[in-house]
Design a protein around this ligand. Structure first.
Ligand code: 5GP
Length: 203
């Protein structure tokens, strides 16, 4: 059984670092590489960070119903191709998605058992400092991202878990704990329980 973990956060919340640590430190996870129409930034490797495609190809994929969810964020399209879930299922892995609040809402409707996690910076000031420190974006983009962050944060109530990323290590531990706890839900271990019950002479 594949559990889908959806992680959302305004940019600058430290989400990428947390997600990278989760992927490196918990076994059995696959990261869903999204498709986007935005241009690659700095060191981003196509096919690793994103599948970078143009608008007309993205629109063709929407029309062909190839996305599990898609949304327009900061004027660009982003979407999760349905092959991401198919591949994770075939490999017997859990799937981790880093998607925005619109995509998370669409996916939760489609996959109600998906586990949703929202990551929050401890304050607006810290979010702004983090956005400036990574200096990947222009002033104009940073202003827009801060404004959008306010809108995104209002949606935290849609999520199953909310992590305040004040200090990296405790936040990483909490994220790993969520994944590990979700893996021992009864529905996840049902198949393992039957043979155990049989050893007690019970069905
Ligand atoms: P960035 O351009 O900074 O990589 O990402 C901008 C926003 O798009 C982030 O909030 C990120 O979570 C979101 N995003 C990335 N991939 C997807 C996707 O496949 N679907 C949706 N709905 N949002 C995505």
């Amino acid at each position: 059984m594949t559990t889908v973990f959806i992680i959302s956060a305004p940019s600058g919340s430290g989400k990428s670092t947390l997600v990278n640590r989760l992927m490196a430190e918990v076994e059995g996870l696959t990261f869903s590489v999204s498709c986007t129409t935005r241009a690659p930034r700095g060191s981003e490797v196509p096919g690793q960070a994103y599948d970078f495609i143009d608008r007309s190809e993205f629109e063709r994929r929407i029309a062909a119903d190839e996305f599990l969810e898609h949304a327009e964020v900061f004027g660009n399209y982003y979407g999760t191709h349905s092959s991401a879930l198919d591949k994770a299922k075939a490999a017997g892995k859990d799937l981790v998605l880093d998607i925005d609040v619109q995509g998370a809402a669409q996916l939760k409707k489609r996959i109600p058992d998906a586990v949703t996690i929202f990551i929050l910076a401890p304050s607006r000031e810290i979010l702004e400092q983090r956005l400036r420190a990574r200096s990947q974006d222009s002033d104009e983009t940073i202003r827009r991202r801060l404004n959008d962050a306010m809108g995104e944060i209002r949606n935290y109530g849609q999520y199953d878990y909310v992590l305040v990323n004040e200090n990296l290590e405790p936040a990483v531990e909490s994220l790993k704990s969520i994944v590990r706890a979700e893996r021992v839900r009864r529905v996840r271990v049902e198949e393992k329980i039957r043979p155990i019950l049989a050893t007690f002479g019970q069905e």
